[in-house]
Design a protein around this ligand. Structure first.
Ligand SMILES: C[S@@+](CC[C@H](N)C(=O)[O-])C[C@H]1O[C@@H](n2cnc3c(N)ncnc32)[C@H](O)[C@@H]1O
Ligand code: SF4
Length: 450
């Protein structure tokens, strides 16, 4: 398989497919009406998931692609937590009851920069507005440089069961090039402290494709990550999108590894993690074989949401906070992005939903095919027909045409399934893009395919 030809002559940049349609295509201006109507007609007793976004960090890493803002003062964060608490109450009022939570995820930005009193009042507000019990999975993204004894007490108050710790790369040269100092010892100690609080499952994020990253530096980082024995590892490719994230212009183009170097680094790191006994999950995750994500992947119960891979099978994911995205099965809605405008809206007692998209039947069928490709590297024609009936027929035909037109040999049809060929798995996003009806919108630019 000619990786270079695929990446240079094929589709070199494609979406990450954390949703379909992808966020640039949420064009319906009446996101508020969509959110309201979906919250009002949630079936009785159905559990939902909640995503809570903290758009603040106490440092600014130059590689960062997240919706976040650097702040040296804590006061704006405290004010923002007040707005989140207000929005939680508005969600409950709109739904007309306390919804049962299966999963709660705090992401950002850096939720770990919240101080203990704010974590505690957030926890109280969550419990006042939602049903949370011992079955509810509570996960939080952690920047180790934030964590103090107070943070740990706050996380215990919140009932955190799963933590995701950002590492990226441990070498000094790379850390300097991305403005993210973080020692191995500091990371190790924070992980030990998190485990001591009773957290059941731990993920570490690492990146390839970073500036000044060499094979030696990346592999040394991976070995250090493995020595911490996380239950899961996410190995993301650095998405360099300086046209969207101005601070990424602080990273020098000449320091970035080339396309083929990225590709080799990704493969080497993945092989090292797999050799240490981790299962490969989808395109960029790894999990110990007994971990819930590895079990779900084996059983075809892995899904994709805005955070990446998940075992969460709730139909509804409610996003709270500035820029958060909600998924209602047949619609997506994004909240207001600028923090000040978000706060003003929710403090007036309104939902912050702004733009959205209601999925057509075509969107829903393509979303299913793309999600299964991203999770299982395949979809079965029978499953497609069981789910969508006769409407599935043209898509089966489209899959056959995709194989016929695939000059690089990335996909095939075998045993009634359209599948990514084993050796083409690194190009799964490219194969998924064969079914993306929005891809030719030239106004939107994506990150590198691998
Ligand atoms: C919200 S951040 C992590 C939480 C915490 N603020 C931290 O930095 O440790 C989630 C993850 O997104 C990944 N990430 C951020 N910017 C990225 C980019 N430009 N390309 C790829 N992954 C990125 C990083 O691996 C990061 O750990
Ligand atoms: S990587 Fe994490 S800590 Fe760094 S700026 Fe992004 S969200 Fe903040």
């Amino acid at each position: 398989m000619d990786a270079e030809a695929i990446l240079t002559n094929g589709r070199g940049t494609v979406p990450r497919y954390t949703s379909y349609p992808t966020a640039p295509h949420f064009t319906d201006q009446d996101g508020l009406a969509i959110a309201r109507s979906r919250l009002q007609r949630l079936p009785d007793g159905e559990a939902v998931s909640l995503y809570l976004h903290i758009p603040y960090c106490d440092r600014l890493c130059w590689f960062c692609g997240c919706h976040t803002k650097h702040t040296l003062k804590y006061a704006p964060v405290e004010t923002y937590v007040g707005a989140l608490i207000q929005e939680l109450a508005t969600v409950r009022e709109t739904a007309g009851r306390r919804l049962r939570l299966a999963h709660l995820h705090l992401g950002g930005g850096s939720p770990s920069m919240l101080r203990q009193p704010d974590l505690e009042r957030l926890s109280l507000a969550l419990r006042a507005n939602f049903e949370i019990d011992a079955q509810t999975e509570v996960s939080v993204e952690i920047d180790p440089s934030d964590v103090t004894d107070e943070t740990l007490k706050g996380l215990v108050a919140l009932g955190v069961t799963r933590a995701s710790v950002g590492v990226q790369d441990f070498s000094d040269a790379v850390q300097e090039a991305i403005n993210r100092p973080q020692t191995f010892e500091q990371t190790r100690d924070v992980i030990a402290a998190l485990r001591a609080t009773g957290i059941r499952s731990l993920n570490i994020d690492a990146l390839y494709g970073l500036p000044l990253q060499t094979e030696t530096r990346l592999m040394s980082t991976i070995d250090k990550v493995l020595s911490l024995s996380p239950d899961r590892i996410a190995l993301f490719g650095y998405a360099h999108v300086p046209w969207m994230k101005k601070h990424q212009t602080l990273i020098r183009d000449e320091d970035l590894p080339g396309t083929m170097e990225r590709f080799h680094h990704a493969a080497l790191a993945a092989d090292r993690i797999a050799a240490a006994g981790y299962d490969r999950i989808g395109i960029d995750h790894f999990a110990k074989p007994a971990d819930a994500m590895a079990v779900a992947a084996r059983e075809g119960r892995l899904f994709r949401n805005f955070q990446g891979y998940t075992t969460d099978d709730c139909r509804t994911l409610i996003g709270v906070g500035a820029s958060s995205i909600s998924s209602y099965g047949d619609a997506y809605v994004q909240n207001i992005v600028p923090t000040a405008q978000y706060q003003k809206t929710v403090q007036d007692g309104r939902l912050s939903a702004m733009r959205g998209v209601q999925l057509t039947l075509d969107d829903r069928i393509r979303a299913y095919m793309i999600e299964r490709l991203m999770c299982d590297f395949a979809f079965s024609f029978d499953a497609l027909e069981q789910r969508f009936g006769y409407a599935a027929r043209p898509y089966v035909a489209e899959a056959k045409i995709a194989v016929a037109n695939d000059g690089f040999g990335l996909c095939e049809i075998a045993d009634g399934r359209f599948r990514v060929r084993d050796e083409a798995r690194p190009f799964t996003r490219v194969v998924a893009s064969f079914f993306d009806a929005y891809l030719d919108d030239r106004a939107v630019r994506y990150s590198k395919a691998v």
